[in-house]
Design a protein. Sequence first.
Length: 431
Amino acid sequence: MQTTTTLPPSNILGISAKSIYRPINQELGRDLIEAGLNAKARRFDLQREAQRLIYDPDKPAAAQTRVCWCHRKIRTRGESVGVYRTCDGSSSRLSEISTCGSVWHCPVCAAKITEARRKELDLAVTAWVKHGGIVNLLTLTFPHEFDMPLLALLEKFAKALQRFKSCKSYKRIMGGAGREGSIRSLETTWGENGWHPHTHDLVFMARELTMTEVDTLKSEWARLCLKCGLGDNSKLSDMLAHGLDIQDGKYAAEYIAKFGHDAAWGASAEMTKPHSKLGKVGEFGGADHYTPFQLLAWAEGGDDRAAALFREFAAAFEGKRMLSWSPKLRLLLTGCENELSDEDIAAHDDPVPDEQRVGELHQDQLAVLLSRNRLGDFVGYAARCCADPAAGQADINAYVDAIAALPKSHSGRYMKRKFIGRGFLELHELQ
């Protein structure tokens, strides 16, 4: 890893100061709002970097990984995308534009999806505790002080997990504790000793485990990890000490509170400050660990090793589930059997009560923003400046005109559906 870990300077033009429509009284909570807007713009920058790293020039447009066309397709019959702004100016968004729904590859979609999932977890835990149950946080990992590709590690890890959850000791102990089910989160970080895949399980039980029961589970997990090729006998003591960890409801609540933020996506305070350094997310075996999106930020700054690592991560996690619920647990705790997919959550486009449409971006204007990598800046600009819907379109046009005067730095390609009658043909690429 290169030593330069400082994020590149913000590329916001400062054009918002020129807007004649900017509301005067926006000081209440301005610092918090600005931090949120800067974080959102930063996610768009990282999304563009992910698109650059994952795009395969040897494949046709339709065969590219989904993130490559996230926020680069017009989804409707029209030739424009809508611009919506919350009434308090804390956020804005684009509608009628496609999303990829990838929590692994896309920082923009990941932020929306993980927030929705965090609310689901909170509701589930609240319902279980209200009825007298307890929720523990079970973390499973393995020694990773050996050189092995991430995909191979994930395959061995999945085998160990399957055998552990199916073994007699696990079933006997968890059954005796009144386990109703669990919700598993798959994550990975990277450190100086390589990749560190791990899972966090919210386990819904009737009682706490005894120390003897925990020690039995630790021994069984260590045995199965070694059997599946995740280490050797020299790592047995480390496995017993660190491989399995179970914490009470306090830690489960803390995990839910930060789910989708510091632990998984690096969207912590460091990500809201364009000039600050990215901090580590934790330690394992004395080594610092970083999230894939932190690697993505380093890649954006020119770190070739970080770029290669993110590509490896993107390929290995393609198609994997971030959260997995035990059968029937969702229905029991939330009253809803069907789960919204990540893609559906990311694509949700209905206006909410506290926002209003302030204008639109024509396809040519969208191309201007894409070709100057200003989509994130524009979303922040709309939130800060387009307070008056009657003047919002003029303000949008003024911003795009100013950006159009800058030299192109990126591809301005986007996709548009070609409609015929009541249906549509395949997506067609435009310049």
